[in-house]
Design a protein around this ligand. Sequence first.
Ligand code: GTP
Ligand code: MG
Length: 354
Amino acid sequence: TPIQRQTSKQRFVSEFSRCLFDFVIQLLPTTEELTIKEDVRKLLERLIRTIEPESRLLSFGSTANGFSLRNSDMDLCCLIDSEERLSASDLVTMLGDLLERETKFHVKPLPHARIPIVKLSLEPSPGLPYGIACDIGFENRLALENTRLLMCYAMIDPPRVRTMVLFLKVWCKRRKINSPYKGTLSSYGYVLLVIFFLVHVKNPPVLPNLQQMPALRPISPEETHLNGHNIWFFDDIRLLRQRWQSSNTESVAELLVDFFRYYSRDFNYNNGVVSIRAGLLKKDGKGWQSDSDRGTARERNRLCIEDPFEVDFNVSRCVTRDGLYTVRGELMRASRILASRPERAIVALAQLCE
Ligand code: GTP
Ligand code: MG
């Protein structure tokens, strides 16, 4: 009967929510890991200052935005406060030499990459069973800002937002659809899909749109713009929590079921653009058609996710036709597993991440 169906659904989602929390908690980095990473950051900062005394080394990406899993890599950004400074590629070369001499890291400087970086890694050891992987870039201030934006979203409703994002990060890694180099989507892309869903798809929304909230005081363009991009967003989360409360009461399991359904069935991949800043946009409106039907398959715009600040930048530009096919197949698979509501929620979770 409908009532029996309803209660079986309720039982499943409440059990599945509990499973998700328990699962995600085990995957958080330990305090020890966080301490080691902070020590590494300080050590590297000290070494960089022997080349550029006015520099700071800051964390961005998952180590700084609240969406970090155990053993995730470290993304570091070097900011140089002096007027006269070396070019990024010279810095990469010099820093590479210095780290090679002074540390035990494997060092790989990439001075001629589109964004010059130094890649570092440390072999696993008893105290550090997974080693360390770290990228150091320079002056990537937009990445620091988008990290701060994601962190603010995580802080508004940690039980639902962090649990969903962390689960999806594990899921996409286990299902092997998290490699921009192989034509699938970056972690950053998946996080933007979740935030878009919680801000713009769910009704009532789970999260407010931080980039569209009214500012509490007049703000000058110098404060809000960086390299021509508007980077303003409402970042006083304490105040926000006093003034804004979501009227959406769905559990994390219900949201996840809906997330998979939305991206496997409802989202229009041919024409839709995911924009956390402006809501659902159209590819033609942005000049982002993928041209697949004209034979010249411009792979760049198969999947379109607008960067929150660099609005001309498609975060998922690396997703290829085959990559998108695989990702969508996985979204459908997940949706199917959840729709079948296995007797035990833990079984659903294991199947999802098989
Ligand atoms: P894991 O490393 O898998 O834990 O995920 P992560 O959250 O660190 O994400 P990822 O490594 O994909 O990206 C790290 C950071 O780099 C992001 O938080 C962004 O700040 C920045 N970033 C990554 N990809 C892009 C991109 O395509 N465009 C821009 N503007 N920034 C990016
Ligand atoms: Mg990272």
